[in-house]
Ligand binder design. Sequence first.
Ligand SMILES: NC(=O)c1ccc[n+]([C@@H]2O[C@H](COP(=O)([O-])OP(=O)(O)OC[C@H]3O[C@@H](n4cnc5c(N)ncnc54)[C@H](OP(=O)(O)O)[C@@H]3O)[C@@H](O)[C@H]2O)c1
Length: 222
Amino acid sequence: MNIAISGASGKTGSRIAEEALRQGYTVRLLVRKNSVIPDSLKACETFIISLANKNSLDQALKGVDTLVIATGARPSVDLTGPARIDAIGVKNQVESCKRLNLKRIILVSSLCTGRLIHPLNLFGLILIWKRIGEQALENSGLDWTVIRPGGLSEKEDNLQEERIKYTGPDQQQDAYIPRRLVARCCIESIKTPASIGKIVEITSSPDVPQTNMKKAIESLSI
Ligand SMILES: NC(=O)c1ccc[n+]([C@@H]2O[C@H](COP(=O)([O-])OP(=O)(O)OC[C@H]3O[C@@H](n4cnc5c(N)ncnc54)[C@H](OP(=O)(O)O)[C@@H]3O)[C@@H](O)[C@H]2O)c1
């Protein structure tokens, strides 16, 4: 299976690409002109995209089976980032998939998406624009999954001690999860047909019972 990862130069996107490679997938990186690609991914096929340029997206997604969207606006003085990247940028990627008949998309979103009253919204109402991006996917008719992680950490050690807490939408709000585990969840989602059409919130801690995405979706009716 050919997996494309947009935002593959990012801290989560690069880990998603690494995990996909580790599990034997053919990986294509979708990045922008000046993105820095980690050494671990230098051998991957790479396409330069502009989220505002439909043609560049269509070219980059030709021949791909699954798209994982890990683009996201970084906090900056430019408060238009969330609207451009997390809403319109996601919508443009979804529309490109529709044109190309690429059926499967996973979107890395965030806990608390859709909330108006939240400190993160000081950055360009990001949680509102992220919800608009999610809705473009949900209304697409494609086989979509939204992964909403908690606060992201760079933790890479002792991950075997971490257990993932999976819930449906708007159940969790203030816990954390290492980006590496988010990456693994994105790949787990590709392998879990039950995740199609679902919003799955994920955080982690050593204190929750061991489970997996399939069991969690079945038992919690996510
Ligand atoms: N930080 C948190 O605690 C947190 C919590 C929950 C959810 N999230 C969400 O999780 C996702 C991943 O977060 P992260 O911190 O791992 O991301 P990140 O390291 O900031 O990476 C963002 C990626 O998006 C790309 N990007 C940004 N603007 C772009 C544009 N205009 N065109 C094309 N690509 C663009 C970046 O490319 P360049 O490398 O070229 O800049 C980079 O590859 C984001 O959607 C974020 O909002 C974050």
